[in-house]
Write a new protein. Structure first.
Length: 381
């Protein structure tokens, strides 16, 4: 197997940009990633693109503004995990020698597609026909978690406070204002116990990554250690609302693929579409004991300077959720952390974890989950 490095990264700001087409945003992120890698368009051997709402051929439309042509292109749709799944597929293509230089693109225009509304579930599902939606699902997770572990509801609000603080210094984030626990709890109710400031907003944006064999990249380039992917499991009478089986499965596969222990993870970006999602993700990934993430949050352990900083970029709660682009954006933000280039630095971070999970089928616990493990080169020598 070939050691794989992230040779270049690029990312547009995330926000509400009704006049910016996905091809324009995609081409911008690609150009920045190529420039960062010191490559030309002619160096790229294949392209993987995550997109959900673009209507098809998002990669080809984004590449039309570049000189990349005639190479294999794969458009991948897997709900919110689309971009991270595209990254995993490109990683394995380089790792196995199928291609030398792979371009990964995540691009989305979500704010106009949903016009301020919700990401919808499959309307053919019986639970959806009865009125279930994603805030409702996460609200059930939150209610059960609070009851099961006698957790302080202020811990949910503290996730929002922490992640909005991460967005303050991040020029790529949609929301850059700090909030307090009282403000979070007093914001408009969405689905009890979740309030508006505990739910992420849709966003438009693009992120891109260039992958190369490590021997062909700069000596200080971030390494990709491994990835894990899982599809969802059917919800039955024994379903545990406080645990994400799809996330745990993807995590197990990623750590096995990378050949490292969970204790080595120094920093993480996890899927915080709703505040409870971060707590359950951290525990389901085995980064914390079951029922402990809420205390860790209140105690500052998942804040910058804590034992396991989580979503220092601001996460989806601050950056906004550009569905197909969010997974690639996580890789970009973590690469900046490992290189010491983040606006919210975590000095000494050597191993980083990225996690996304896509919902959409109400009868299953998700559509797809992807976990990727990255490392500063000094951490793998």
């Amino acid at each position: 197997m070939i050691d794989v490095a992230i040779a270049g990264i690029g990312m547009t700001p995330f926000g509400r940009f009704p006049d910016r087409r996905i091809d324009v945003m995609g081409a911008e992120a690609v150009a920045d990633a190529l420039a960062d890698a010191g490559l030309t368009t002619g160096d790229i051997d294949a392209v993987w693109c995550g997109n959900v709402l673009g209507g098809g051929a998002a990669a080809q439309r984004s590449l039309a503004g570049t000189d990349i042509e005639g190479v294999p292109v794969q458009n991948l749709e897997n709900a919110c995990a689309s971009g991270s799944h595209a990254f995993a597929e490109a990683f394995h293509a380089v790792r196995t020698g199928r291609v030398r230089a792979a371009l990964v693109l995540g691009v989305e225009s979500a704010t106009t597609a949903f016009d301020g509304g919700l990401i919808t579930l499959d309307r053919d599902d019986e639970p959806t026909r009865l009125g279930l939606n994603l805030p409702g699902i996460y609200a059930m997770n939150a209610s059960r978690y609070l009851a099961e572990y006698d957790a302080d509801p202020r811990a949910l609000a503290a996730v929002s406070v922490k992640n909005h603080a991460g967005g303050v210094n991040n020029p790529r984030a949609r929301f850059r204002e700090p909030v307090t626990i009282d403000e979070v709890l007093a914001s408009r109710p969405v689905a009890e116990p979740l309030t508006l400031l505990q739910c992420c907003a849709n966003a438009d944006g693009a992120a891109a990554v260039v992958l190369l064999p490590a021997d062909d990249a700069r000596p200080d380039a971030v390494r990709v250690l491994g990835t894990g992917v899982s599809s969802g499991f059917r919800i039955d009478a024994g379903y545990d609302l406080t645990h994400s089986r799809i996330t745990a499965t993807a995590g197990d596969r990623a750590f096995a693929d990378a050949g490292i222990d969970r204790a080595r993870v120094d920093i993480a970006e996890v899927h915080d579409a709703f505040t409870i999602g971060e707590l359950i993700a951290v525990e389901s990934l085995g980064l914390a004991e079951r029922g402990s993430a809420w205390r860790m949050t209140l105690d500052g352990e998942t804040s910058p300077g804590g034992t396991l900083p989580v979503n220092t970029s601001g996460g989806l709660l601050s950056r906004g959720h550009a569905v197909g682009a969010s997974g690639v954006a996580q890789v970009v933000e973590l690469s900046r952390q490992l290189l010491g280039e983040s606006e919210n630095p975590t000095p000494g971070a050597g191993i980083a974890l990225a996690h996304t999970v896509g919902g959409g089928v109400a009868t299953h616990d998700g559509i797809a989950a992807v976990v990727s493990l990255l490392a500063h080169p000094d951490a793998v020598r």
